[in-house]
Design a protein around this ligand. Structure first.
Ligand code: PMV
Length: 307
């Protein structure tokens, strides 16, 4: 079934918007989209579990304008008269730093391809899905789309080919949703303003994150989970210095670390959304999940595939 992966960013969010690398892990859960012929002459999209309906027609879809624009953008990539009724199942929280909009965009484009008997490569799907993502995120780095299209684990840097990572050990994280969504567009804009105001300080923070990405990649290749965890916690300090953490996220991080996580941080845009905690055994995973659940948070298991 046409699918787009969700993702978590292990290191480097925000710096990646400003030309630094980020290291991300695709999530096995994501968005699935099926297509049937449209019955009303216009391409439509129904999204579960949000119970949202939009169409790519010219008439207004009140309250759903960004999604309608995104669907229109996707439809406009095809120069034909094939109109589809698309149904999506999104198995990710929205506005939570897990890449739900990119996963949906990639799955929609794959479903549109499949219904036409066309097949674009992962790289082409990545490129084609960027205009969808721009509707929601303004100035996306592209990391979410790259992971949604390719899956796996990789270092992403704008304008460079994706560098796949072969990790020595399986990476296991627990993602915890703070219960508060955040706008990636707003968070990216606020970091952008801070960068313009104080390029030296913020540039140094981005450079620090870039160094963490390099070291994180080495730790993954060497299977050094302890260092990987420490690097995550270090990355969190830099994100907090950019005002991207929240009380709820800090509380979750503290409880996850007390429960035995090897490291923990915000993932994605911050200002709400999700945190992630690195675990390295079933016992650690269950303890961290229990600690976050006790705070009333929704938790998700994220694991890299075998590599
Ligand atoms: O959309 P989110 O919350 O998963 O965040 C994506 C990561 C950012 O670096 C904050 C934005 C981007 O475009 O890379």
């Amino acid at each position: 079934m046409p699918f787009g992966h969700g993702k978590v960013i292990l290191f480097g969010e925000h710096g990646v918007v400003h030309g630094r690398p980020a290291l991300a892990l695709a999530v096995e859960r994501g968005a699935e989209v099926t297509a049937a012929p449209s019955t009303n002459g216009v391409t439509t999209l129904h999204i579960e579990p949000w119970n949202v309906d939009v169409d790519a027609g010219a008439g207004p879809n009140e309250g759903r304008e960004p999604l309608q624009r995104a669907l229109q953008t996707a439809r406009a990539l095809y120069d034909d008269d094939i109109e589809l009724a698309l149904t999506a199942h999104v198995r990710l929280p929205s506005g939570a730093g897990m890449g739900s909009s990119a996963a949906l965009g990639v799955a929609v484009l794959r479903a549109m391809d499949e219904a036409r008997g066309t097949l674009h490569s992962n790289d082409e799907i990545y490129e084609r899905s960027l205009s969808w993502e721009r509707v929601f995120h303004g100035n996306p780095s592209g990391v979410d789309n790259a992971m949604a299209a390719h899956g796996g684990m990789a270092v992403f840097k704008k304008g460079e080919p994706l560098k796949r990572i072969v990790a020595r050990r399986r990476v296991r994280v627990v993602a915890g949703y703070s219960g508060v969504g955040s706008s990636t567009k707003d968070m990216v804009a606020s970091v952008g303003r801070a960068y313009t105001k104080d390029p030296e300080r913020v540039g140094k923070i981005f450079d620090g994150m870039a160094a963490i990405v390099s070291n994180g990649r080495l730790a993954l290749e060497q299977g050094d989970m302890k260092s990987l965890g420490q690097l995550m916690t270090l990355n969190q300090r830099l994100l907090a210095a950019l005002m991207l953490s929240t009380d709820a996220i800090e509380e979750m991080i503290e409880h996850a670390l007390k429960a035995g996580a090897l490291g923990a941080k915000v993932t994605g845009a911050g200002g709400g959304g999700c945190m992630i905690a690195l675990v390295d055994s079933d016992a650690q995973k269950e303890a961290v999940k229990a600690a976050l659940s006790a705070l009333g948070r929704t938790v998700y298991d994220v694991e890299s595939g075998p590599s």
